[in-house]
Design a protein around this ligand. Structure first.
Ligand SMILES: [Zn+2]
Length: 463
């Protein structure tokens, strides 16, 4: 059988694998390339993928870099089922709808520029209607259930511990009487952290495609990260300022809400108003409430429908633009969570514009800030900064806590691989920058005496 890599080879976006057994063609993930103009040029469906001849698609989880090319796949003629856990399908609906809106807004902005320059308009990659077409093909496959998804090919999804609904795929397929068991790790989460469950133990396979986002290092300890968060929040509360937290809607928002609840409940910080100023994050939190059975047992109470507001009574949800604007008049101490997570767009920009010049403000980064993002520039001390045409002198404190990653660090990755790492197992490292992948390969060679492979984009591997 052949597996072709259509993304996430020596980099972290665009996850997409085609498995071809001769009598079955299965696609694992169909993600968007993100991060640079060069990568975005890869956002198309290659002719060799032959969408009309694919039997089934399986999603590992709902992040855009794993599901964002689905609208293109369906537009190119794919009509089969798109499997994922019920949690994954809900998250994917939310994320694809949001992405469609962003694609259209970006295209509108670009087209205004083009109209002024007398150039031809461009089309968005996909719009809300294209996304709706994708949703019609969604088919729920709960965890730990085998499903015949294509001729002589069956799949099972098991917990990956990355975000709500995230899974690794175990694919078993026959080709000319030979049976192959191949694992696709999907994105793996950290072990022993609250909210998401630990990744499942998988103990045998012929080959494993494994992510290596943090293959080169370990995260700071989670307990220390939470302590750091509490100390920063305490300091800002004493100064009476606003705490602005740029967050992605899915995952980090829910983690932070939970830690704020624990902070108040334990009496370590006196409760203050918390504003969730993001319709998308509110919707994502509702998805967490809908699927509390997929969460760690000790957080289920907090996320249970209607419980959150009882347990965190200072939490206010801001849906409308008016509610968001009204926060300008609210004094500190208070905490405002808003997107986008890297400060490049969204409501967080308005809050930054209003509050960066105050020395009482704390901007608290709890997520990854990519190299050229506005969030990274703030962290690196840019001053003054321009926001929506205004020049702002930064007097706010800018801080970051680093240990909240949704990805496993190096030692968790090695531990996940341990039961699979038997003589003869092929290990294929994907979804990582070259430095991270190479470090992980080195560690695997030392720990298990295996020779991991590091394929390139469009490489075809035979099993
Ligand atoms: Zn992910």
């Amino acid at each position: 059988m052949l597996v072709t890599l259509y993304g996430a080879a020596k980099e972290v976006t665009g996850s997409c694998y085609l498995v071809d057994t001769g009598n079955a063609r299965v696609l694992i993930d169909c993600g968007l390339f993100q991060g640079s103009k060069h990568l975005e040029k890869l956002n198309f469906i290659p002719a060799s993928l032959k969408p009309k001849e694919i039997d089934a698609v399986v999603l590992t989880h709902g992040h855009l870099d794993h599901c964002g090319r689905l609208p293109l796949l369906v537009k190119a003629g794919y009509r089969g089922k798109i499997y994922g856990t019920p949690g994954t399908l809900d998250i994917a609906r939310l994320i694809l709808s949001d992405a469609a809106k962003i694609q259209c807004d970006d295209a509108d902005r670009e087209n205004r520029k083009r109209a002024r320059a007398g150039q031809k308009p461009i089309k968005p990659l996909f719009d809300a209607r294209d996304a709706e077409e994708v949703f019609k093909q969604f088919s729920a496959l709960p965890y730990n259930n085998w499903m015949e998804i294509a001729p002589e090919a069956k799949a099972e999804l098991v917990e990956a511990g990355h975000i709500l609904g995230s899974s690794s795929v175990i694919l078993v397929a026959n080709q000319n009487g030979a049976r192959r068991r191949i694992i696709f790790s999907g994105d793996l989460g950290q072990r022993n952290v609250p909210i998401t469950r630990d990744p499942a133990v998988i103990d045998r396979c012929d080959a494993v495609f494994m992510e290596s986002t943090y293959g080169g290092r370990n995260h700071p300890s989670y307990e220390e990260t939470v302590e750091e968060l509490i100390e920063l929040v305490k300091g800002a509360v004493e100064r009476g300022g606003k705490i602005l937290v740029p967050t992605f809607a899915v995952g980090r928002t829910q983690q932070l809400l939970y830690h704020l609840f624990k902070m108040f409940e334990s009496g370590r910080v006196r409760p203050f108003p918390v504003f969730l100023d993001s319709p998308m994050a509110i919707a994502a939190t509702q998805i967490y409430s809908k699927h509390i059975n997929l969460l760690d047992e000790d957080v289920r109470d907090f996320f249970a429908r209607d419980n959150m507001q009882a347990l965190l009574p200072t939490l206010k949800l801001c849906t409308t633009a008016q509610e968001s604007q009204a926060l300008n008049a609210v004094g500190g101490p208070c905490l405002i969570m808003a997107g986008a997570g890297m400060c490049d767009a969204g409501r967080i920009l308005h809050h930054l514009r209003h509050n960066l010049s105050s020395s009482e403000t704390l901007v608290l980064m709890v997520g990854y800030q990519a190299k050229e993002s506005f969030g990274r520039r703030l962290l690196d001390g840019a001053n003054p900064v321009k926001i929506m045409g205004d020049t702002i002198h930064v007097r706010a404190r800018i801080a970051s806590v680093d240990g909240f990653s949704a990805h496993a660090g190096q030692s968790d990755l090695l531990q996940w691989l341990n039961p699979l790492a038997k003589a003869g197992t092929r290990v294929i490292l994907t979804h990582g920058e070259p430095h991270q992948v190479n470090e992980l390969r080195h560690e695997i060679e030392n720990a298990f005496n295996l020779k991991p492979e590091i394929p390139s984009l469009n490489d075809r591997l035979e099993f």
